[in-house]
Design a protein around this ligand. Structure first.
Ligand code: NAD
Length: 376
C-alpha cells in the first residue's frame, strides 16, 4: 500500500465519528477494524450460521464461496425450490440434511438452532415476504438489494424486525469496500474542498435474467438493479441526502426485451446545498464510475461497483488498497455487529431510504416533473 494511503487510512480511523459520516457509517470502526483484519480483540464466540434463501447466480457465484473465507459466520443451511441443486451444495459446503429447506417448510427453520441469520437472495419482489417470515422464525435477516419494490414493503420489513427484536441488514457490499469508503472519506472530510459536481453511472450490455425484465418481479429495470449503487455512491460521497430529482428515460432500441421496464435512465439529484448529482444506468451501455469534482481537484473510481478490480484516482495519486473479498467483509461485518449487539451499518432504514429515492426517480421519469423528496 502506498505511503499516501497508509497515512490517510490512519487519519480516517482516528477521525472516526468526526467526519460528518451519518447513518451509513455510524459504525465505521467495526468496518475498518474488520478491513484491517485487526480482529484480535473481538469476541471469538462461535461463528454465526447463515442460511442462504435462493441459490441463484449471486448466492452460488459469490456469497457461498465468500462464506468459506469468513471468520464470524459460515454457511450453515440452504433454502431452495430446486431439489436437483441439493446434492451439489451438500457436497461442496458440507451442509447436513437437517439444515436444508424448501420454500414450503421454510418456516420450520425457527426450530433450528444452527441457523442464526437468514440471507434472502431471491428476485426483488420476494424479498419482503421471505424477510418477514425469517423474522417470524426468530432469526436475524440480511436481505439483498433493492430491499423491496415498494416503500410500504420496506416499512413492513422494518416493523417485523422490531417486533422480533432482531437485526435487519441489506446486502450493501460496497459499504465494506475500501475504495468506496475512501470516496466517502474524501468527500465528507472535504479533503479537496467542496464538491462542485458529482456523477456516477452503472450499466452493461447484458441479456439479464428474465425476471429482471419483468416489472412484477424486479420492480423496474436497471435502476432497481444497478442504478441503486450510483444513487448510494452519490449520497455517501457527498454525505448528503437529495431533496429533489428530475429524470429522463433513455430511448428504447429493443422494444421486445424492454416492454415492461426501462432500458436506460438518467437522473439528476438536487442536494440541499444546490449541488447536482448526475446519475445514469442502463442494461444496454457499458459504464461503471463515480466521480467527484471538487474545488481542488477530481477524485473518482472507474470500475466503482465491481466485486474486484476497482480503480481509484485522486489529485494526490492513485488509490491502492489490498484485495479483499467484498462479500466476505460484508457478511463478517454484519455478523460481528450482531455478535456485539451493535446496529448494522447497512440497516433496513438505509434500504428503505434507497427504495424511496428509486421511486422518486421513477415518478420524475414518468411525469417529466421535478419531484421533491421528503426527509422522513
Ligand atoms: P438469479 O435469478 O440468479 O437467482 C434467483 C433465485 O431465486 C434462483 O435460485 C431462483 O430459482 C429463485 N427463485 C425462487 N422463486 C423464484 C421465482 N418465482 N422466479 C424466479 N426465481 C425464483 O438472481 P440473482 O442474480 O442471484 O439475484 C438475486 C437477488 O440478489 C436480487 O435481488 C439481486 O438484486 C441481488 N443481487 C445482488 C448483487 C450484489 O452485488 N449485492 C449481485 C447480484 C444479485
Amino acid at each position: 500500500m502506498s505511503k499516501l494511503y497508509r497515512s490517510s487510512r490512519r487519519k480516517f480511523i482516528s477521525n472516526l465519528g468526526l467526519a460528518g459520516l451519518s447513518i451509513p457509517f455510524a459504525n465505521t470502526e467495526d468496518l475498518i477494524t474488520s478491513i484491517a483484519t485487526k480482529q484480535k480483540n473481538m469476541p471469538l464466540q462461535k461463528k454465526l450460521g447463515i442460511a442462504l434463501v435462493g441459490l441463484g447466480g449471486y448466492a452460488s457465484g459469490q456469497l457461498a464461496p465468500a462464506l468459506l473465507q469468513t471468520s464470524h459466520c459460515y454457511l450453515a443451511g440452504i433454502v431452495t425450490g430446486t431439489p436437483s441443486k441439493i446434492p451439489v451444495w451438500k457436497a461442496k459446503y458440507n451442509i447436513p440434511d437437517k439444515n436444508i429447506y424448501s420454500y414450503e417448510n421454510y418456516d420450520q427453520i425457527k426450530n433450528n438452532p444452527d441457523i442464526d441469520i437468514i440471507y434472502v437472495v431471491l428476485p426483488n419482489n420476494m424479498h419482503a415476504e421471505y424477510t418477514i417470515r425469517g423474522f417470524a422464525a426468530g432469526k436475524h435477516v440480511i436481505c439483498e438489494k433493492p430491499m423491496a419494490i415498494t416503500v410500504a414493503d420496506c416499512d413492513s420489513m422494518i416493523s417485523a424486525a422490531k417486533k422480533a427484536n432482531r437485526f435487519l441488514s441489506i446486502g450493501y457490499r460496497l459499504h465494506f469496500d475500501p475504495y468506496n469508503l475512501e470516496m466517502a472519506r474524501l468527500g465528507t472530510a472535504k479533503k479537496y474542498g467542496d464538491i462542485k459536481k458529482i456523477s456516477g453511472g452503472l450499466g452493461f450490455k447484458a441479456t439479464p435474467h428474465q425476471w429482471r425484465l419483468q416489472k412484477k418481479y424486479a420492480g423496474g429495470g436497471p435502476l432497481m438493479d444497478l442504478g441503486i449503487y450510483v444513487s448510494q455512491g452519490m449520497c455517501y460521497t457527498t454525505g448528503m441526502e437529495p431533496i429533489a430529482v428530475t429524470a429522463q428515460e433513455g430511448k428504447k432500441t429493443d422494444l421486445q426485451r424492454f416492454s415492461e421496464v426501462e432500458q436506460s435512465l438518467t437522473w439528476q439529484f438536487e442536494f440541499p446545498n444546490g449541488l447536482i448529482g448526475y446519475g445514469s444506468t442502463s442494461y444496454d451501455d457499458d459504464m461503471n464510475f463515480l466521480k467527484a469534482e471538487a474545488e481542488q481537484g477530481i477524485f473518482e473510481l472507474t470500475a466503482a461497483y465491481t466485486y474486484n478490480g476497482l480503480k481509484g484516482y485522486t489529485p494526490a495519486g492513485n488509490m491502492q488498497f489490498p484485495l479483499i473479498n467484498q462479500q466476505a467483509q460484508q457478511m463478517d461485518g454484519i455478523a460481528l455487529s450482531i455478535k456485539n449487539n451493535k446496529p448494522s451499518i447497512v440497516p433496513g432504514e438505509m434500504g428503505r431510504r434507497d427504495v424511496k429515492y428509486l421511486q422518486a426517480i421513477y415518478e420524475a421519469m414518468r411525469t417529466g416533473k421535478r419531484v421533491s423528496i421528503k426527509a422522513d
